[in-house]
Design a protein around this ligand. Structure first.
Ligand code: GUN
Ligand code: ZN
Length: 437
């Protein structure tokens, strides 16, 4: 049995922090260690204690003075949009029609999907993200390429073949029957294979006819434990168009509710402009609003009320995500930097503990996977990121004046990116790509 012991400063959340100095919300060990064995965290604690449990052949890696955290989690990303990122569009619908839909048409070519899948995993692991909830394209082969690459890397990934049957180019449309059949085929081929999870993935109400939504409901009923992912209430024109397409629904959220898609493990990208009724419906169902800050700013979609939506009498579960390629950074550090700025504009404070909670345990809880990922607890999967808050000269200089863990985390979030990621462990194996491809 090959074992690895990694030594460094451990940080892992126990629950959501209630305030900026909530010391009880996290576990921190200044001279800590993790023993990684067979893809799992076999021991965690003070270095001396963990060392005593290692055997003679254990490989020891000293990451001091760096921080060791659970691998970062990204709850909404589009795998076929790596060559859409940084496209100059005025708003969501223009961006989709001008850049995104034409680009996704290219995934009809298996070789293209396979090439981008390699790039995707390289980029995510370079940024310390070990789990993502990803949309593939409408083409089944894109999901096959995504999951095959995930299997090779040993990652815990959630992915889905997008279902869309209208309001997009012909090359990007399935039909209600084809969407159903191919989603079933993807589930059969990949769900539970390695660490892969398949998500039921209707793109959004604009691109799914009522007939397709009904087939999506059938899938949701047949596979009650699967994740569901779609988009909700991102942009004012999108909301207006959607309400014309589904005039019988009370509001945008009600469309998904009518088709049985509002439930636990259902991930609704954006959910920026919700009414109180919609937020109540989300909260009551246990559905998740996935905040995508860099995307919301880049596309000018709006300011998501991250703090106030969780403070409601009926709080909505929130996750955070990059939303590549509407989003403009692969880094979850940069993502939370922008999340912080959005709260500033709303007159709210997002403290550093909350940010790091969201990127790790918070997202794992939202995905209903906190038993496996998002923490450094014994027995969980050994997906880990090692971070250096003094990775660049600007960060090093600022670190000279840092006096607390919170300040360090905030600096890391504000100035950090993939350069701050020293190593990414996937199921106990060092996996950060070394060279820029
Ligand atoms: N709504 C429907 N599809 C998309 C997409 O690909 N990106 C974003 N940001 N919003 C969407
Ligand atoms: Zn999206």
């Amino acid at each position: 049995m090959t074992e690895t012991l990694i030594r460094g400063r451990l940080l892992s959340f126990l629950r959501a922090p209630h305030h900026a100095d909530d010391r009880d919300s996290y576990f921190y060990e200044e001279d800590g260690a993790l023993l990684l064995s067979e893809g799992k965290i076999a021991a965690v604690g003070a270095y001396a204690d963990v060392k005593a449990r290692a055997n003679a052949t254990t490989t020891e890696i000293d990451h001091r003075p760096h921080l060791i955290l659970p691998g970062l989690i990204d709850c909404h990303v589009h795998f076929p949009q790596m060559q859409v990122i940084a496209s100059y569009a005025g708003n969501l619908l223009e961006w989709l029609n001008t850049y995104t839909f034409p680009e996704e048409c290219r995934f009809v070519e298996t070789a293209h999907a396979e090439r981008i899948a390699i790039q995707f995993f390289d980029e995510f692991l370079r940024n310390g993200t070990t789990t993502a909830a990803a949309y593939c394209s409408v083409h089944k082969a894109s999901a096959d390429a995504f999951f095959a690459e995930s299997l090779k890397r040993g990652t815990l990934m959630i992915g889905g073949k997008v279902m869309m049957d209208r309001n997009a180019p012909q090359g990007l449309l399935d039909t209600p029957e084809l969407g159903y059949d191919e989603t079933r085929a993807v589930i059969e081929a990949w769900h539970g294979r390695g660490r892969n999870h398949v998500a039921i993935t209707p793109r959004f109400a604009i691109t799914s006819s009522p007939e397709q939504m009904a087939m999506t409901q059938k899938l949701a009923e047949e596979f009650p434990d699967l994740h569901i992912q779609t988009h909700l209430s991102e942009n004012r024109e999108e909301i207006e168009f959607t309400s014309q397409l589904y005039p019988e629904a009370t509001d945008y959220t009600d469309i998904y509710a009518r088709y049985g898609l509002l439930r636990k493990k259902a991930l609704f990208g954006h959910a920026i402009h919700l009414s109180d009724r919609e937020a109540d419906a989300m909260a009551e169902s246990g559905a998740v609003a996935v905040h995508c800050p860099t995307s919301n700013l880049f596309l000018g979609s709006g300011l998501f009320p991250l703090k106030s939506i969780q403070r409601r009498e009926k709080p909505v579960t929130v996750a955070v995500a990059s939303d590549i390629g509407g989003g403009s950074s692969y880094s979850m550090l940069k993502t939370m930097d922008e999340a912080y700025k959005i709260q500033q504009l709303l007159g709210e404070r997002l403290n550093p503990l909350e940010s790091y909670y969201h990127m790790t345990r918070g997202n794992a809880v939202a995905l209903d996977l906190a038993e496996r990922i998002g923490t450094l607890e014994e027995g969980t999967d050994a997906d880990i990121v090692v971070l250096d808050a003094a990775a660049t000269s600007a960060m090093r200089l600022r670190m000279e004046t840092v006096t607390s863990l919170s300040e360090e985390l905030f600096l890391l979030q504000t100035l950090g990116d993939d350069r701050a990621v020293i190593e990414t462990y996937v199921a106990g194996k060092a996996s950060k790509p070394r060279a820029e491809a």
